[in-house]
Design a binder for this molecule. Structure first.
Ligand SMILES: [Zn+2]
Length: 158
């Protein structure tokens, strides 16, 4: 559904009315949810993502190849102030930083698990291996070992 169609059936006021104030200034969606936990707006047998609609109606159009992510980490939230646009790369980082391991693994975005992250840091701490060797050892060639070791990524894992 494109922006014009969405504007025809929904307004920013609708979004506001279909939500309740939650923790941290979130607008928790009170309507139905998608299987993946995102707010859903049902229309004519179709479901649209309400947080995307909220962004579109309150902030502006969503360019191609851009994704709307929650800065609050609450998928039910439709507060436009808690939404921001990211690129695909940004989405990947967003998922890593949020530590949404299950989602990352399911999406195939992250070939990493908490177990691997711990192993990587353990191997790095020995000082015996290059980061490339560590990548080979844990079977994660695309992983950014340096960032994992420096805790830029997966900082939530001990
Ligand atoms: Zn929120």
């Amino acid at each position: 559904m494109n922006a014009r169609e969405i504007r025809k059936i929904l307004s920013a006021d609708d979004i506001y009315e279909w939500s309740a104030f939650g923790k941290g200034g979130c607008w928790d969606w009170v309507g139905s949810l998608h299987n993946d936990g995102y707010a859903a707006w049902n229309t004519g047998g179709r479901q649209i993502k309400a947080h995307r609609a909220s962004y579109l109606l309150s902030v502006g159009p969503i360019p191609k190849k851009r994704f709307v992510v929650h800065t609050c980490g609450n998928r039910k939230c439709v507060n436009p102030d808690h939404l921001e646009l990211v690129t695909h790369k940004g989405l990947y980082q967003h998922n890593l930083e949020r530590g949404d391991v299950a989602r990352g693994e399911r999406n195939g975005f992250a070939k990493l698990t908490a177990k691997k992250v711990r192993r990587i840091r353990k191997l790095a701490a020995t000082g015996k291996y290059t980061h490339r060797q560590i990548g080979d050892m844990v079977g994660c060639h695309q992983c950014n070992i340096t960032r994992i070791v420096n805790r830029n990524y997966w900082a939530h894992i001990e």
